[in-house]
Design a protein around this ligand. Sequence first.
Ligand code: RP5
Length: 169
Amino acid sequence: MKTAETESPLLGIIMGSRSDWETMRHASETLEKLGVPHEVEVVSAHRTPDKLFHYAETAEERGLQLVIAGAGGAAHLPGMVAAKCALPVLGVPVQSKALNGMDSLLSIVQMPAGIPVATLAIGRAGAINAALLAASILGNSHPRIRQAVAEYRLRQTESVLAHPDPRRP
Ligand code: RP5
């Protein structure tokens, strides 16, 4: 049976800097848990603009169905990817040091009408939810992924119900 690592990637996780990995690894780890094959790469909108254009222009033909893009500060990566390809783009605002991620959030969420970016929460929660949202979307055409999302949510519910007393582990 093919695994998430050997199958062709269905989605790409990109981020503006290696420093974003501490946040974006949560998206990758969540996709691993769900068995969703994906690729991960640093692609900076301002430090490697030509690479960004090439990535966005070839994403669809390489078989990607979605892109998760994380960036911090003046976070134009998700919007630029969305502008250069027709795939759905999920944006994750990385928590910046100077402004705690409010700059990242507003940069990503305030896209002018015409080029959408689905924007998640700042930081780890946003990265995890981007992966879950991506898996839910892919689940519409991949029953195995839909089942994996359902099982993830069931385990989450059971875990909360099994530990109702917050004083105990
Ligand atoms: C953005 O600038 C990146 O997404 C990162 O969040 C931020 C800081 O990058 P580094 O200076 O840590 O490389 O492009």
